[in-house]
Design a protein around this ligand. Structure first.
Ligand SMILES: *Cc1c(COP(=O)(O)O)cnc(C)c1O
Length: 472
């Protein structure tokens, strides 16, 4: 008998999901339910829990990839079962990871006469941890040799105050002083006139940022390299640069090959990037590379078994799926240099359209109009005859599904409140036109809002502006 209409089990299974007994089932929140449910029911119930969530494609707050093509998703879904750390069990996966490292090393101009090392990570945060740890261990080795009293002071890391939160974590976890070079209105990136004042013999390294989270701007790494070169001539306590290229690492090489920021610069010893930002892979994948193995102290390398032998690994995590690595390699194969260039160029055009339209609205000062990365950042003009703030605009865009964060700039400039739009590959020109229409409508609504215009200020002390995430 193939199919029995009267079978209790079958009819239960074929029932439409809405209006049947399962719909009234409470989803477990604190305790395991006593009984199991059918996969289809579980799928629908869990999926339904997520319906009123933000739509990822309209999330203009994140740098992270929100679209991959069906073939990419397919190969990633098919490889979710592979554990990236099982090098022996999945030697071909290991080979693909190594090929990615080779290709990225080439993209970032690793010199041929040095021996680069690199690894995939869960994201830039893990990559920065590893880059930072390597700097700390290498510094300790050098300083010890020179007879420095390692206990007299905490080691320190120098970075602009617009660092991403992972550097604060790094310093907290590994007991390092975070030395922030503050921004000011004339220096929206690392202040080159001041940075070397923060360096001393306890400095484990300086971090330059290619794609400042707050604004999308770049630190001037070439200039920093020159300053470090001069500094190192004057002391035995050498200092080197790590570049946090979480968003620029997979953008600049394709779009702005004339900018010197990578291993072409002698004092740049390590670089990280997020594969899940402009590397165009779903989260989470990141990469960190060292220009030469001498900058990656051996204490940080652990061997895992690999084809009867051993293979060096450096990672904070152990088990994780290899599917993101495979997704990254898929993108490299599929897109090639031209593909990355074309996608980023199109995204850049979209960003230019949006910022031009925003400028025409006459209300905003542009802080970053996609000079490099397709990231837009603007503040409200002073002396506007209007009561609403950027926080109100964020709320009103949110009503139309768009997530566009508003937040204060970091230390030194924290009286400046900005709004930011991160343009990604899946924000097409049609979406951009819609966004601008929605923005105009929101502004019209705010200008005419009785609530806002009658109350002295909608965001009073008791009613603080909502915080939306913007740190990734
Ligand atoms: C996003 C970002 C990070 C953190 O990257 P994840 O890949 O999300 O862990 C670190 N630094 C900068 C500059 C970033 O933009």
């Amino acid at each position: 008998m193939l199919f029995d209409r009267n079978s209790q089990e079958e009819s239960k299974y074929l029932d439409p999901i809405f209006g049947n007994e399962h719909e009234s089932q409470d989803l477990p929140k604190y305790k395991f339910a006593n009984e199991s449910v059918q996969p289809r029911v579980a799928y629908q119930m869990v999926k339904d829990e997520l319906v009123d969530e933000g739509n990822a494609r309209q999330n203009l707050a994140t740098f992270c990839q929100t679209y991959m093509e069906p073939e990419a998703t397919k190969i990633m879904a098919e490889t979710l079962d592979k554990n990236a750390i099982d090098k022996s069990e999945y030697p071909r996966t290991t080979e693909l990871e190594n090929r990615c490292v080779n290709m990225i090393a080439d993209l970032w101009h690793a010199p041929e006469n040095e021996h680069f090392m690199g690894t995939s990570t869960v994201g830039s945060s893990e990559a920065c941890m590893l880059g930072g740890l390597a700097m700390k261990f290498a510094w300790r080795k050098r300083a010890k040799k020179l007879g420095l009293d390692l206990n007299a002071h905490k080691p320190n890391l120098v970075i602009s105050s617009s660092y991403q939160i992972c550097w604060k974590k790094f310093c907290t976890y590994w007991d390092i002083e975070l030395r922030e070079v503050p921004l000011d209105k004339d220096h929206l990136s690392l202040n080159m006139d001041k940075v070397m004042d923060y360096v001393d013999e306890y400095t484990i390294g300086i971090v330059g940022i290619m794609g400042i989270t707050y604004t999308g701007q770049y630190d001037d790494i070439a200039k920093l390299n020159d300053l470090v070169e001069e500094y190192n001539k004057t002391t035995d306590y050498k200092v080197y640069i790590h570049v946090d290229a979480a968003s620029g690492g997979f953008y600049t090489p394709f779009m702005e090959p004339d900018i010197d920021w990578d291993f072409k610069l002698k004092n740049v010893v390590s670089i990280n990037a997020s594969g899940h930002k402009y590397g165009l892979v779903y989260p989470g994948i990141g990469w960190v590379l060292w220009r030469d193995k001498k900058y990656l102290p051996e204490d940080l390398i652990f061997n895992v078994s690999y084809l009867g032998g051993e293979m060096p690994t450096m990672a904070i995590n152990f088990s994780r799926s290899a599917s993101q690595i495979i997704g990254q390699y898929y993108n490299f194969v599929r897109l090639g240099f031209a593909g990355y260039h074309d996608i980023h160029l199109r995204t850049h055009h979209v960003a230019e359209y949006i910022i031009n339209e925003i400028q025409k609205m006459g209300r905003f000062n542009v802080v970053n109009g996609a000079e490099h990365l397709p990231i837009l950042c603007y503040s409200l003009k002073d002396n506007l005859n209007q009561k609403w703030t950027l926080y109100d605009l964020t709320d009103h865009l949110r009503m139309r599904g768009w997530q566009v964060p508003t937040y204060p700039m970091p230390e030194g400039l924290d009286n400046l409140v900005v709004q930011r739009i991160v343009c990604r590959a899946d924000l097409g020109m049609n979406n951009a036109v819609e966004l601008i229409e929605d923005m105009k409508a929101a502004i019209h609504e705010l200008d005419n809002s009785k609530l806002i215009n009658d109350s002295s200020q909608i965001h009073t002390k008791q009613n603080k502006p909502k915080k939306y995430g913007f740190t990734h």
